[in-house]
Design a protein around this ligand. Structure first.
Ligand code: SAH
Ligand code: SF4
Length: 358
């Protein structure tokens, strides 16, 4: 079985030619996949019936991902889906919408995709990390999440404007499928979104960051730092191993030098753990003068006994960084009440853990 969403345009051409069809059949299939969002091959009406039958006979399919849960935040700006994959395992995808900047403009619609079922990195504050690792997702399953939301948006006359690889799993631990998904999503004859509209977030697998820098892509990179020192980071990210905070910053610098894209350091702010004034100063000292951008993410309480810091502590942390010349933003909290943090919905639905907010 091959999902048509797995094939890059060049591979699609090769496939149709091998099946004795003219080259333009590939464009007909691609147009249908990325503009009409068919659920089955029989819905690709541009193709002659006989060729549709051939595709089915040869084992081609169109995604088998099923939506099992959908929840929308009260303000209607965040929608979270639980999708069941071919082998019935559930993964999450989130749509976050931001109002248009201009009166009659379109909203910014960012899709957050998962790349693995579970995650082996075991970060202590992350619901996905606490559920353990199940399996890597295939490129077509990663793309399928975007397509699912693209269809929902297109029914409202809207479209996907950004994609972030910040859902369940560690994208760089599923390197080749993640890259294939990026190629499918950015290919002008594929989904066709600009490379600059995609950001990959990583816990910091250094060899893979260096490899990514060589891919000749213009995608954004976010490195999840969470601590200015190794002792605390190794406690928060138990699999950090040999990778020191210094190594991560250096890897970010190399990515910037190679691609020209500035790296963002993500920092989940956890009350009483990594949110003190002293730690803010330590972080500021580490990052000042190197053009880094820090994205502070006030914790979404999920796993363990971790809490979100009070608003005033978040602002104080930001102020210390800002006053030291470190570029810094606080992530807008979206969808907290619908369990929008990575891995949370799946955890809630499966009832695997006690969610203390219930
Ligand atoms: N594995 C990758 C990408 C997925 S997690 C990574 O770790 O970067 C995406 C982001 O969500 C990471 O920065 C992660 O630290 C953050 N995150 C995970 N659990 C969170 C929580 N409970 N509250 C706030 N941010 C969280
Ligand atoms: Fe995995 Fe990222 Fe969660 Fe860590 S924060 S466990 S790397 S998904």
């Amino acid at each position: 079985m091959t999902d048509l969403y797995r094939l890059l345009p060049e591979e699609m051409e090769q496939m149709v030619i091998e099946l004795g069809q003219p080259r333009y059949r590939a464009d007909q299939i691609l147009f249908s996949l990325y503009y009409k969002f068919p659920k089955t091959i029989s819905e690709i009406k541009q193709l002659p019936g006989a060729f549709r039958d051939t595709l089915v006979d040869k084992g081609f399919t169109i995604g088998s991902t099923q939506e099992t849960h959908r929840i929308t935040s009260e303000d209607g700006e965040t929608t979270k889906l639980l999708l069941s994959l071919e082998d019935k395992v559930p993964v999450e995808s989130v749509l976050m919408q931001y109002p248009p900047k201009k009166l009659f403009g379109h909203p910014r619609s960012t899709i957050c995709v998962s790349t693995q079922v579970g995650c082996a990195m075991g970060c202590v504050f992350c619901a996905t990390g606490q559920m353990g690792f199940d399996r890597n997702m295939k490129a077509e399953e990663i793309v399928g999440q975007v397509i699912h939301f693209a269809k929902i948006l297109s029914d409202k006359g809207q479209h996907v404007t950004n994609i972030v690889f910040m859902g369940m799993g560690e994208p760089l631990a599923n390197y080749s499928e993640t890259i294939r998904a990026v190629q499918l999503l950015t290919h002008p004859r594929g989904f066709g979104i600009g490379q600059r509209s995609i950001t990959i977030s990583t816990i910091g697998i250094i060899s893979s960051i260096d490899k990514l820098a060589e891919e000749n892509l213009q995608i954004g990179l976010a490195i999840s730092l969470h601590s200015p020192n190794d002792k605390l980071r190794q406690w928060l990210v138990p699999t950090a191993g040999e990778n020191s905070v210094r190594d991560l910053i250096d890897a970010g610098q190399r990515y910037f030098l190679k691609t020209g894209r500035r790296v963002t350091f993500e920092y989940a702010l956890i009350q009483g753990i990594n949110d003190s004034v002293e730690i803010a100063k330590e972080l500021a000292l580490l990052l000042k003068n190197n053009g880094s951008h820090v994205n502070l993410i006030p914790l979404n309480p999920t796993a363990g006994d971790f809490e979100r810091p009070a608003r005033k502590n978040v602002i104080e942390f930001e102020r210390i960084l800002y006053n030291s010349g470190v570029n810094c933003t606080v992530r807008v909290e979206k969808g907290t009440e619908i369990s929008a943090a990575c891995g949370q919905l799946r955890t809630d639905v499966l009832g695997k853990y006690n969610n203390k907010r219930e």
